[in-house]
Design a protein. Structure first.
Length: 229
């Protein structure tokens, strides 16, 4: 299926488990000028408390999903193409949980903090990329072929992508539910991002609840949201 997108189109190749949600965020100023609020930074902790009645910061939705069921459903989504989501290749949401547990999860920038907060507390992996760093043209979501790879950090480390669902631009794969590529990551100059919630049909309704919370947090932070998928 294809949907309208400011920088082109997004095409999703058939996948029986994927329930993808995608939206654009337009920030009023570059991210380097937009520090995350204290309330948002607090949510980077597992024991974060939310004031009663604060509908923007409260998330209700995972209580009906067993933690083990959630983990297995996400891993099954990534395994369908032959990828092995274990060890250093585990879903990003599992990495965030571990980082929050050992106290190493910290603020990066407003766009990444919003993404990490929602992924941490929902259990769904989420990608966020700088729209201006995407190669011009259509986008697609598909399983990466054997041998595909990209650099995922500033140190130049590469990730084997074979069998993994990825976002592709005209150059090649640039984001997935494990690690996003270095070339499309956000920076202090970023003003527009594309977020992808890698949801699964095995957990009916969860992706919608997660997306709703993500939108509310983003709008609360002063940005504009445009749903494209």
């Amino acid at each position: 299926m294809s949907v309208g997108y400011t920088a082109g189109m997004i095409t999703i190749e058939p996948h029986r488990l994927l329930h993808l949600h995608a939206f654009l965020t337009r920030f009023p100023r570059p991210l380097g000028e937009l520090p995350s609020s204290a309330e948002l930074r607090q949510l980077l902790r597992l024991d974060a408390s939310v004031a009663p009645g604060d509908v923007n910061y409260a998330f209700v939705g995972t209580q009906a999903v067993d933690d083990r069921q959630l983990r297995e459903a996400v891993r099954a989504l990534l395994r369908l193409g032959g990828f092995k989501p274990t060890g250093r290749s585990k879903p990003a949401s599992e990495y965030l949980l571990r980082a929050a547990t050992d106290g190493s999860l910290s603020s990066i920038n407003l766009a990444v903090d919003l993404c990490n907060v929602v992924s941490l507390h929902s259990g769904l992996p989420i990608s966020v990329v700088d729209v201006d760093r995407l190669a011009p043209g259509d986008l697609r979501v598909a399983i990466a072929p054997p041998g595909a790879s990209y650099v995922f950090n500033a140190s130049g480390q590469a990730m084997d992508l074979g069998g993994l669902l990825c976002l592709f631009d005209a150059i090649g794969p640039c984001a997935n539910a494990v690690k996003d590529s270095q070339r499309t990551k956000t920076s202090a100059t970023t003003t527009t991002t594309l977020s992808l919630i890698w949801g699964t049909n095995a957990l009916p309704g969860l992706t919608e609840r997660v997306a709703d919370w993500y939108h509310r947090l983003t709008i609360q932070a002063g940005a504009q949201v445009e749903v494209i998928l």
